[in-house]
Design a protein around this ligand. Structure first.
Ligand code: SAH
Length: 326
């Protein structure tokens, strides 16, 4: 069987998320510190207020994993803004039946969908952490005699002649260089941008990748916590690729785009260190030290603070969202 890379990646990740506990293989921001989800909950609450406090409001998360981010977010929302807690309707976008069951335990009352496009109409606040990096990518390779596109056959890459990739236009690309595109992500953002501009709301994506489009092969795989060959049999490894934030911003259409902003700066502006400090005061010394270390891991530039970025899409009439000032 010869499969285009995006078809292979979609099949591999569907098999992986359906059968494995991804969190045995990697740790995400909400699993590192409860403050991450709490701050995103407060971000959603501020957006809801600046939208004029619509009731009902669709609060959605794409790719909720274990449900940790949303559980932390809802706790912070209930504590600080009960009217928002009363107005929100919780919707989750998740394809894995296995993870849906985990999420149902943590987030009673949620309604599930397979795709962001399937969310009901109306004012929306959408959150997504490390969702876009799992979406299937295509890879074109510049060759002396034209372009090829990477396919997968029997566990090995196979290049087949192809048209130029949609995003290579106007840039000199050296022989052998790889251009990645993620049509699933840009289509999703195009639909979401149109929806937010028409129906109101905001979406916040946190993920890893460069701020500007750049050539390069960023496909990576993790199995049992270690990097491995991405072409191992589907279901045995988690495949991700860098998110191209410039491509997303260009796809957002009528929605206003804020960012991308480095995660460290974004979280610091939301009050990561103040909230962590207050919480640490209530904890025994060892747990307080661990909480402070987890905030540093999320925010320090040489750890998750710079490579990870936040980008927001908003109805154009909304003010600049928290975390994107400066
Ligand atoms: N946001 C969580 C989990 C990240 S892992 C966290 O930060 O911990 C990626 C999540 O996206 C998983 O829940 C996975 O099942 C889901 N997912 C991956 N591809 C998807 C797709 N195409 N559609 C919907 N959900 C998807």
């Amino acid at each position: 069987m010869i499969e285009r890379l995006d078809a292979f990646m979609a099949r591999a990740n569907a098999a992986y998320y359906a059968t494995r506990d991804p969190f045995a293989d990697f740790t995400t921001a909400p699993e590192i510190s409860q403050v991450f989800g709490e701050l995103l909950g407060l971000w959603a609450a501020v957006m809801w207020q600046s939208m004029g406090a619509p009731d009902p409001l669709i609060l959605a998360e794409a790719g909720p994993g274990r449900g940790t981010l949303m559980a932390d977010a809802l706790r912070a929302i209930r504590r600080t803004m009960p009217p928002f807690a009363a107005a929100l309707r919780l919707h989750l976008v998740e394809t894995s039946p296995r993870l849906r069951a985990v999420q149902a335990d943590r987030l009673p009352g949620a309604i599930w969908h397979d795709r962001i496009d399937d969310l009901p109409a109306g004012p929306l606040v959408l959150l997504a952490n490390e969702f876009l990096d799992a979406l299937p990518i295509r890879q074109h390779v510049r060759r002396d005699n034209g372009w090829t596109e990477r396919h997968v056959a029997d566990g090995a890459f196979l290049e087949q002649p192809a048209d130029a990739p949609s995003r290579a236009a106007g840039r000199p690309i050296a022989e052998g260089e790889v251009i990645e595109t993620c049509p699933a992500a840009t289509e999703l953002v195009a639909n979401l941008g149109a929806r937010l501009a028409a129906q109101g709301g905001a979406a916040l994506f946190l993920d890893y990748g460069p701020a500007r489009s750049a050539p390069g092969d960023s496909l990576q795989a993790l199995a049992a916590g270690r990097p491995c060959d991405p072409l191992v049999p589907p279901g045995t490894a988690d495949l991700t690729a860098h998110v191209d934030f410039q491509a997303l911003a260009e796809a957002a259409g009528p929605a206003a785009v804020h960012g991308p902003r480095a995660q460290g700066l974004f979280l610091a502006e939301l009050g990561l260190f103040q909230r962590t400090g207050r919480l640490a005061e209530t904890l025994p010394p060892a747990r307080a030290a661990a909480l402070i270390a987890s905030a540093q891991r999320l925010a320090e530039p040489d750890r998750m603070g710079r490579l990870f970025k936040a980008i927001a899409l908003c109805h154009p009439a909304l003010p600049t969202p928290p975390g994107f000032a400066a």
